[in-house]
Design a protein around this ligand. Structure first.
Ligand code: G4P
Length: 527
């Protein structure tokens, strides 16, 4: 039997980060096609639609035509197991997206060849950098007119302070795409179009001489660029890539399948397999130690018929077997995993076992919160996930005071799931908590769920606050006395000081350097 370490070495757990419309969904679908997980393009969306017809808390999702929930997809490729954690694809932004990035070992940044780096790309990139997630870059939509490839590399370098190193290089300008030079293997891969991109692209491999003879001027231009790249960038340096200083770049077109196989090869060859995770004391939990994992996402009522609560766990060590009784670290209580699932495009399949890098979906996880550690045998506790900087704050009150109990339960649940951060004034408690969010859509979801799921419609009133800092007990009284500042507490006890404007915050920081005002992760990257 293969050892856990061997099985882990064959896994790649990653996410795709991109600005809406860059092609994330299309690329995901093509990945599944290459992995043989779906037979025909279009199935990913079709599955989504079927699911939407079934689960109605997603009325909101349907109305807006967006996907709020993230899926976890697992598919085989070249004898490896790829776990793709989908980040929510809407224009708004939530903590959910950030948390997914806490559970991956690498990410693929997809850029639209005509647009380059856009606001959402930048925000997500900042999170990857803060968490040391190595990034591969895919320049998509090369089948249609776009910007010059060298210019796009310059933009990556100057705006992200990240050295792009092309692994594949296009022959033919954007819009006249002939194929790709596969730099490490010194060969040319020519593409043939397929009907509606329904099957994997036909690929013809030519050696460099053949390619020169057959591709004429386009080839000459490409080979000159490659010579220049050889001089400037050289090849991929694995250490620099893993340190987040370099990004291997792939070019292609998800729609026509061009370059998708080479990108998958790049993920398998370059992206790191799961590695031992450090616990709160900085000690590494070895891959073949007993099972351990961390919850990075909790979702309630994915299926209305079941009224359940699903915890998504990233496995960090050991073999997980369905039915195993694991320990819930924060409470020390046993947790039976009879109902463990893998999640394929939101459709559940019973999961029998999982290894480091895999994601397990646990149903009926009522006391499990985001960030919690689960283990068997030797205890372990992983560091909590970082709290992200909210920029939208509203006060919530139950519309009908007779429904206060339901309101209170709903608020606690939404806080647990991380739909919003709930901040309380010690004097007001749950009467008028402040709901804080990274993006405004989170507030919309919270309001909808309070009304439809908990039967406690809420009145949300805007507050003047726009920025938060973490503070402590010692600084809180002084801050609370200042005009334009409010100090509130999270359920965890963490204190936040809210400010009306960055200007006001800067002034307070300037005049009271002794007060604790810590930045939260990924702040000020909102574009
Ligand atoms: P997203 O998940 O990142 O938001 O992007 P998505 O894949 O939905 O793609 C956004 C649009 O870009 C889609 O067009 C899609 O077909 C198109 N697209 C994706 N990859 C490529 C590519 O390589 N080349 C070209 N030319 N287009 C690409 P749409 O018109 O909005 O949707 P649809 O009607 O085609 O589904």
């Amino acid at each position: 039997m293969e050892s856990v370490a061997d099985l882990a070495a064959r896994r790649r757990t990653f996410a795709i980060i991109s600005h809406p419309d860059a092609g994330k969904t299309t690329l995901t679908e093509k990945f599944l096609l290459y992995g043989g997980a779906v037979q025909e393009a279009g199935q990913v969306k079709a599955r989504g639609e079927r699911r939407r017809a079934r689960s109605d808390w997603m009325e909101l999702e349907q109305k807006r035509g967006i996907s709020i929930t993230s899926a976890v997809l697992q598919f085989p490729y070249r004898g490896n197991v790829l776990n793709l954690l989908d980040t929510p694809g809407h224009r708004d932004f939530s903590e959910d997206t950030y948390r997914v990035l806490a559970a991956v070992d690498a990410a693929v940044m997809v850029l639209d060849a005509a647009k380059g780096i856009e606001s959402q790309t930048l925000k997500l990139f900042e999170v990857c950098r803060a968490r040391n997630v190595p990034l591969l870059t895919f320049i998509n939509k090369w089948d249609r007119p776009g910007r010059d490839a060298l210019e796009l590399l310059d933009e990556i370098e100057s705006r992200l302070d990240l050295q792009p190193v092309p692994v594949t290089w296009p022959v033919g300008i954007a819009g006249d795409f002939r194929g790709l030079i596969d730099r490490p293997r010194e060969r040319f891969v020519r593409f043939g179009r397929t009907a509606h991109g329904a099957a994997t692209a036909t690929e013809e491999v030519l050696d460099l001489e053949q390619a020169a003879a057959e591709e004429g001027d386009a080839w000459k231009a490409a080979i000159d660029e490659v010579a220049l790249l050889d001089e400037v960038a050289g090849g991929v340096d694995l250490d620099l890539f893993l340190a987040g200083e370099q990004s291997p770049v792939f070019v292609g077109s998800a729609l026509t399948n061009f370059g998708v196989g080479l990108l998958l090869d790049g993920i398998v060859d370059l992206a790191p397999p799961p590695s031992p995770r450090l616990d709160v004391d900085g000690a590494a939990r070895k891959l073949d130690d007993p099972f351990s994992g961390q919850v990075f996402k909790v979702q309630a009522n994915m299926d209305r018929a079941h009224r359940d609560r699903v915890a998504f766990v990233r496995v960090w060590s050991g073999r997980f077997e369905r039915g195993m009784v694991v320990t819930h670290q924060p409470t020390g209580r046993p947790f039976a995993t009879k109902y463990a699932h893998s999640v394929f495009a939101q459709e559940r399949e019973t999961l029998e076992e999982a290894y480091p890098g895999d994601i397990v979906a646990l149903v009926n996880a009522s006391d499990v919160r985001v960030g919690d550690t689960l283990y068997v045998d030797t205890p372990v506790e992983y560091p909590r996930l970082p709290e992200f900087a909210p920029e939208h704050f509203v006060t919530a009150r139950a519309r009908d005071t007779g429904r206060f109990k339901q309101f209170r339960r709903g608020i606690a649940q939404l806080d647990d799931e991380g739909v919003v951060q709930v901040l309380r004034d010690p004097d007001l408690g749950d009467q008028a908590p402040v709901l804080a969010a990274v993006g405004p859509m989170q507030l919309e979801v919270a309001s909808w769920r309070l009304e439809h799921e908990f039967g406690a419609a809420a009145e949300l009133t805007p507050t003047p606050y726009t920025i938060a800092r973490r503070t402590d007990e010692a600084s809180a009284p002084e801050l609370a006395r200042m005009p334009g500042v409010r100090v509130l507490a999270r359920a965890s006890g963490t204190l936040y000081a809210l400010f009306e404007s960055p200007y006001w915050l800067a002034r307070v920081e300037d005049e009271y350097p002794e007060l604790t005002l810590e930045r939260l992760v990924a702040e000020g990257t909102q574009g």
